[in-house]
Design a protein around this ligand. Structure first.
Ligand code: NAI
Length: 341
């Protein structure tokens, strides 16, 4: 039976990496019915009136899963983030961002294996900003007990399910005593139900130093929204950059899989982007579908894709960001050839 999956190409490098990821996934022979929908600037270009069309949200809720390319957010003015709006409106409260070393990709560290769990719906990302007097502006950081509790529980449940050992909450509750204070209080209380998992709290500035000194000290890093965003890119730098860090945004009614990276305007349209982060997000999606629908062939196909890209990279077939020479399309073609074997 065909499984519907919404594909949102996004803009910038989005359409290139989305097309590459789709091509590779299709090469596994999985019965996926791709439903193309748009968001952001691409939605306007395709004639929609809204940046986040109701038809896109409805399609995601109906299919339950989407693979999404990045969408531009203008800096310092203009429209607010479509990416944030999508997470909020579909209540995709938990972001999972695994950061792992890839064999053959030389970085300062070997065997990095950290998962960032990011609260996706509030914090300073609430975007509640006001001019309260000429030359004086404020930005409101929102923390609710409901959201703090559910993301902490989500992190511990993820740890239990995956056999992970430790959750570290990164916070700044020494300064933001109420908001970050609530965040860690909820994490501490939720931890009571997960005694087999170690729990610790680290003030985020010291945490940043510790992780670039020795990432192996960390297992799951639990963060509120803004810290999770920053830690995601920082950790990407430990394993070869934004071309290799996937992500998932999980809610009760839908899950949207997207790479950590943005639209990369500096390389968009040049066949230079690494499609791997998008493809890895696709593999996370296949695992999710496999488990949710009881379709083991999806998990198995995800494993084949992982084997294909690991083998390709190790043998030097890679994009430029990883020291190779291949373009986006050529790298996807390599993986297709390996999958068809
Ligand atoms: P970015 O992630 O787009 O790019 C940062 C750097 O990483 C650039 O030098 C870029 O060339 C490189 N890079 C990113 N992805 C790559 C890939 N797949 N292969 C090779 N190199 C890659 O971050 P930036 O420049 O801060 O943001 C650009 C736009 O993307 C902004 O409008 C931002 O709001 C948006 N954005 C969207 C996200 C989303 O849709 N989830 C996430 C992050 C940013």
């Amino acid at each position: 039976m065909q499984v519907p999956v919404v594909l949102i190409p996004g803009d910038g490098i989005g359409p290139e990496v989305a097309d590459a990821a789709r091509t590779v996934i299709d090469a596994t022979g999985l019965p996926i019915e791709w439903q193309i929908h748009h968001a952001g600037v691409a939605a306007l270009e395709h004639g929609d009136k809204a940046l986040l069309p109701a038809s896109t949200k409805d399609a995601i809720l109906k299919a339950g899963v989407a693979l999404k390319g990045p969408c531009t957010t203008p800096i310092g003015g203009g429209f607010s983030s479509v990416n944030v709006a999508l997470r909020k409106e579909l209540d995709l409260f938990g972001a999972i961002r695994p950061v792992r070393s890839i064999a053959g990709v030389k970085t300062r560290f070997e065997n990095v294996d950290v998962v960032i769990v990011r609260e996706n719906t509030e914090g300073l990302y609430s975007g509640i900003e006001n001019t309260i007097a000429p030359g004086v502006v404020t930005s409101l950081k929102v923390a609710t007990e409901t959201a703090c509790r559910r993301i902490a529980r989500f992190a511990f449940e993820y740890a239990r399910e995956r056999g992970r050992k430790k959750v570290t909450a990164f916070h700044k509750a020494n300064i933001m005593k109420l908001t970050d204070g609530l965040f860690i209080r909820c994490a501490r209380e939720e931890h009571a139900d997960f005694p087999e998992i170690e729990y610790e709290e680290v003030i985020i500035d010291a945490g940043c130093m510790k992780i670039v000194q020795d990432p192996s000290r960390f297992d799951i890093i639990l963060c509120e929204n803004l810290y999770g965003d920053l830690m995601s890119d920082l950790c990407a730098g430990l394993v070869g950059g934004l071309g290799v860090t996937p992500g998932a945004n999980i809610g009760l009614n839908a899950a949207v899989f997207e790479a950590v990276h943005g639209t990369a305007p500096d390389i968009a349209g040049q066949d230079k982007a690494n499609p791997l982060a998008m493809l890895m997000s696709g593999v996370m999606m296949l695992n999710h579908i496999g488990k949710k629908l009881g379709r083991p062939e999806f998990v198995e196909a995800g494993g084949r894709i992982r084997d294909a890209y690991n083998a390709a990279i190790e043998s030097g077939e890679r994009t430029r960001d990883l020291g190779g020479t291949l373009g986006t399309r050529a790298f996807a073609d390599v993986l297709v050839r390996r999958l068809r074997g």
